[in-house]
Design a protein around this ligand. Structure first.
Ligand code: URA
Length: 243
């Protein structure tokens, strides 16, 4: 009879080797639809949408889409140089699942970081042609002038970049508290844009990508899986994930 074997399912989701997965199952840590499954050879006739492993709800899809509230002093790299890696904030079993961040945030920046192992999703969000907007909340060292505002909206040249970049939208909440949207994701772009007009960014937080805002229930370092409605806000669909 055809079916999906429990130990194989856990191994495919990054819970370790088949042997590791057998151990997990035998320790009664696998629960599906309210039932503990302690037989590693248990056959699912249909792949369950979610399983619980050590009580943690885990989607059974291989495509992962994650929202992380990136804290300060954490590097968006698998091989960090001076600080811990963002990947160390995620469960260890994700490490084998080839996750990448979608657009990096500097060590000194915090906020919304999306991570995925779906190349199409990453391309969708990073493609300059689509120009999906990233929104930042910024504290400045010096009062923001209307000349600076005008220059950022008109466009500034950044050293080493071919094209002029400009703010797609800009809100001034107070003389030193600004919100701005950009379409690109160039290296240190926001800091360089403010430096180019003679100001200095003191703190920078990404608060949205497209129409998807950082979930206010996530504290720095917390993460959650993206839901169907989140992907819709990014104009992205994965029919395998949510039927
Ligand atoms: N722009 C920056 O300068 N830094 C970031 O982390 C993101 C955008």
């Amino acid at each position: 009879m055809k079916g999906l074997i429990a130990e194989r399912l856990l191994a495919s989701l990054g819970f370790g080797s088949r042997k590791d997965s057998r151990k997990i199952i035998r320790s009664k840590a696998l629960e599906v639809d309210g039932q503990i499954i302690d037989d590693p050879n248990y056959k699912f006739q249909n792949k369950p949408e979610f399983i619980y492993v050590y009580g943690e709800k885990t989607p059974t899809i291989i495509d992962l889409y994650i929202m992380l509230h990136k804290p300060l002093q954490v590097e968006c790299s698998h091989r960090p140089q001076h600080h811990v890696s963002v990947y160390s904030l995620l469960p260890e079993r994700f490490l084998s699942m080839k996750l990448s961040s979608v657009g990096r945030l500097d060590v000194d920046s915090s906020g919304l970081l999306l991570l995925s192992n779906d190349g199409q999703f990453i391309h969708h969000l990073e493609s300059p042609k689509r120009g999906i907007l990233k929104r930042y909340s910024i504290s400045l060292a010096r009062p923001f002038s209307s000349d600076q505002e005008q220059a950022l909206l008109t466009g500034v040249a950044l050293k080493g970049e071919r094209n002029i970049v400009h703010a797609k939208s800009l809100k001034v909440h107070s003389p030193t508290q600004i919100e701005l949207e950009i379409g690109e994701g160039l290296y240190h772009q926001v800091r360089r844009m403010f430096a180019a007009v003679g100001n200095h960014v003191e703190s920078l937080q990404r608060i949205a990508v497209g129409d998807l805002f950082l979930d206010s229930s996530l504290s720095p370092g917390d993460w959650r899986f993206l839901q169907k409605t989140d992907l819709e806000k990014l104009s992205f669909q994965n029919t395998k994930l949510f039927e």
